[in-house]
Design a protein around this ligand. Sequence first.
Ligand code: PLP
Length: 387
Amino acid sequence: MSALMPTYARLPVTFSHGEGVYLFDTEGRRYLDGLSGIAVNGLGHAHPAVTRTIREQADKLVHASNLYGIAPQEQLAERLVELTDMENCFFGNSGAEANEAAIKLARLHGHNRGVEKPAIIVLEGAFHGRTLATLSATGNRKIQAGFEPLVSGFVRAPRNDAEAIRQIAANNPDVVAFLAEPVQGEGGVYPLDRDYLQAVRQICTEQGWLMMLDEVQTGNGRTGTWFAYQDLGFTPDVVTTAKGLGNGVPIGACLARGDAAALFGPGHHGSTYGGNPLVCSVALTVIETIASENLMSNATKMGALIREIIHGKTKSSGRLVETRGKGLMLGFQLDRDCPELVARALEAGLLINVTSGNTVRLLPPLLISESEATELANGVAELILGL
Ligand SMILES: *Cc1c(COP(=O)(O)O)cnc(C)c1O
């Protein structure tokens, strides 16, 4: 471990393998995975369809280059376009890269409109990644501190305040786009209001701004629909995603429609690995499996079950202040800070996360069964009661 730059405060456990919703450590202990590697392993661990695709594709071709045609990349783009209201797609290797592509689209859009210093509205509490542009877009000083000068061209707004967006529209002619997560993840699992997002959509249309949604965490079935916006009654211009798309192979995607889909031309953007044959064939399998195993409706059902159990068991204690989230993206805000719960959960054989100091965050695999969801919820409820 000492040869690693200490960018993570790691828990004292190392996993050797997994199966379904369970992970096994090097001592052979079993853990119920309530986090899915932060919303990545929607299909759990060692899913046979994913493993088969990795093997078969590795036998054929892992990497060629974006200098040539890549059949699985074209198929994946077609599939994503079919599932959304988008028209085309750029592939990178991570969520941050997907957002970098979106930020570059917004800047091109601005320059095409004669705006010399185009700016993007971003929200308080947002998380968009750790590259310089995406950490500048992120609404968390801790993530930015020490890395100044930040990338300019971002305007911060409070969440769920449509009036603030109208004010910016009236006063800042440099703004060309809006970027937000439909449910803020790292910021503490805060869903944005439907009315708010619909109002922002309307303002974006009136102003000719790109409405861009960061669905890196909310996408790929996590909230009960392919993308969270599909349950909100409007269509954005740009959608980014990553995490659950690859079930653990590195892939990120930036999808666009309308004017936004016509911005990038040859030489505007690129990535050596982005969308290689291996990751794209795995992502195609992930999408087919989510569809064929009805995992989106499972996410909705199991999310409701977990909420109900945790509520029921902790109600009389008064410790649970608020439950937030959608589908299997859940935040349970307690009446006190509870960072110690992560280590206690580990002792109890559960993998959970705590964000914003006082919010227990659960992101279990989309294929979690009723009995596994019950086991997870009972375990978390006990941990909350034992605080
Ligand atoms: C995780 C996350 C990112 C960053 O993704 P990386 O793959 O770590 O670069 C960006 N946006 C959101 C909403 C995320 O949850």
